[in-house]
Write a protein of this length. Structure first.
Length: 114
């Protein structure tokens, strides 16, 4: 049963991460029209933005091997387990702000301009 929950959990984390990322980071010259709030984009719209400097695609599939076999150009890999850290005796929590900033900035190349 745990195997079935992993893709659902990963998908939920991706969506949550994208919403938090979009609302917490200030982006200059976003390529999206009418970008008043975070939203999902169509693949056709994303295809033309793969090289845009203010876009960072984070691939959060459960398998690094699958990512290596076929990922979108310029996408970076982040396993969802990286966002689950123990703290204060609680086994699963979100990382604190400093840890998340380091993870996004130093490891994934996400900056305030994105």
């Amino acid at each position: 049963m745990e195997k079935r929950r992993s893709p659902i959990l990963a998908g939920a984390l991706v969506l949550t991460f994208l919403f938090f990322l979009a609302t917490s980071l200030y982006a200059k010259n976003l390529p999206f029209k009418n970008f008043d709030h975070p939203r999902l984009v169509e693949t056709g719209e994303l295809a033309g933005l793969l090289d845009h400097p203010s876009i960072r695609i984070i691939d959060m599939r459960t398998s690094l091997l699958d990512y290596l076999k076929a990922h979108l150009p310029n996408a970076v890999y982040l396993h969802y387990e990286t966002l689950r850290v123990p703290g204060n005796g609680i086994p699963v929590q979100a990382p604190d702000r400093i840890c998340l900033e380091r993870l996004l900035g130093e490891n994934l190349g996400v900056s305030n301009d994105m």
